[in-house]
Design a protein around this ligand. Structure first.
Ligand code: SAH
Length: 399
């Protein structure tokens, strides 16, 4: 097959040659002629030398997302089958399957499949098409998922905001292959049963990336009183209950989390534990409660990404610091702060600074006892720093 060519401006090829998968608009010298959004192009340097082949979209500031650097590789059904097969092997070769039957199978750029997300929940799978290019290959991709994962049913949740920047319509969600999933899919996380609502849940239904942190909290919770802020479907609290927590209090702003959260707390109830769930703005809630002094042995902070645009960096740092300081006010001596950030623009160093400044302003000491980054089903390509987003610190408070 031959593909239209996109020529780069002289001197812009460095990061691509180092493995980065994106060509920004500013690097383009000559765009391909008559290229529809999502079509395949060959990216060449200013002298016409082949660099890679990928999906093109003139409507996105990311003009090309590279799929292969091998000129002989066609982007066809065999290609998607091989890529998805490799992604699945990477998960099966980790220690994930001993822990859970739910994991991310394809994590976009990090698996060499820009714009594609596939999550597995038990026997079912959920797919998201984020870009015009990947959306154009949907039939090949659905076939490839079917062949590699053999799920009972495959459900699509492409109702993501990122599609708008690609000029794509917000595709309504729906079943695309096999049997539609039940209202709630029950999965297991470290032996704890929990339900996932792939129809109405956020993202594809569950935040699989926090699994290791939930399981670590479980081992540190015996007899403790926990505040779980930004609790979604009570993932941290259900593990805390498994770990013998005396009390858990969940706070989330979205009323839609209630049905799954209630089931999850019930499924993991213990005889002497107690659990409550409040629908409220967690920033204000933690602030208000903090004014009344320490009252918890553990606080989890797992907010959504608070920094999206570079211009908001300072403001977002301030919001993170204040949130963490308010959480520290709630913690007793020896209490455990579990704090996370999923903004890729907040670097690990930024995050340490946030935690340090929160402690300094609250005048407490902290000892970081765990510092976790990505689990194996959200792998990181070192050539793609934008794909590094998750940071989670476990720290003990010294009053
Ligand atoms: N810790 C969860 C995932 C949290 S995702 C787990 O382990 O599954 C972030 C959550 O923050 C979402 O459920 C979202 O509804 C909630 N959220 C967003 N803004 C909020 C706010 N201002 N106050 C409370 N919750 C908020």
């Amino acid at each position: 097959m031959s593909y239209p060519e996109l020529r780069l401006r002289k001197g812009t090829e460095r990061s691509l040659l180092n493995g980065h998968p994106w060509v920004y608009s500013g690097a383009v010298d000559q765009p391909p002629a008559d290229a529809a959004p999502g079509c395949l192009v060959d990216v060449v340097d200013h002298r016409g030398r082949f660099i890679g082949r990928g999906h093109y979209n003139a409507r996105s500031p990311i003009r090309v997302r590279i799929l292969t650097r091998d000129r002989e590789t066609d982007i066809d059904s065999a290609f998607f089958r091989a890529r998805i097969g490799r992604a699945l092997r990477l998960r099966l070769d980790s220690d994930l399957t001993g822990q859970t039957d739910a994991f991310r199978v394809v994590h976009g750029e990090s698996d060499g499949l820009p714009g594609l997300v596939v999550d597995r929940y038990g026997d079912h799978a959920v797919v998201q098409f984020h870009t015009a290019g990947i959306d154009g290959a949907r039939e090949d991709i659905l076939d490839a998922i079917d062949a590699t994962l053999t799920p009972t049913g495959l459900y699509e949740r492409s109702d993501v905001g990122t599609r708008r920047a690609e000029g794509l319509p917000d595709r309504p969600a729906g079943p695309v292959r096999g049997t539609p999933p039940p209202d709630f899919i029950t999965i297991s996380e470290g032996g704890a049963p929990l339900v996932v609502d792939v129809y109405r849940g956020q993202k594809t239904g569950f935040f699989l990336d926090q699994r290791d942190n939930r399981l670590l909290l479980r081992r540190l919770c015996q007899g403790r009183e926990l505040l779980n802020a930004f609790s979604y479907t009570s993932g941290f609290s259900l593990q805390a209950r498994r770990g013998g927590a005396k009390q858990t209090l969940d706070v989330d702003v979205a009323r839609s989390v209630l049905p799954a959260a209630r089931q999850n707390l019930q499924l993991n109830a213990s005889a002497d534990g107690r659990s409550d769930l409040v629908i409220a703005d967690a920033f204000a809630f933690v602030d208000d409660l903090g004014r009344r002094g320490p009252r918890f042995d553990a606080v989890v902070l797992d907010p959504p990404a608070l920094l999206r645009k570079r211009a908001d960096y300072k403001k977002a740092m301030g919001v993170y610091i204040k949130l963490n300081r308010n959480a520290l006010r709630l913690l007793r001596d020896d209490g455990l702060l579990v704090t996370a950030s999923c903004s890729s623009r907040i670097t690990p160093e930024d995050f340490f600074a946030i935690v340090q400044r929160a402690a300094a302003s609250e005048k407490v000491g902290l000892r970081i006892v765990a510092y976790n980054l990505h689990p194996p089903d959200h792998p990181v390509n070192p050539a793609f720093p934008e794909g590094r987003y998750l940071k989670c610190v476990f720290a003990r408070v010294i009053r």
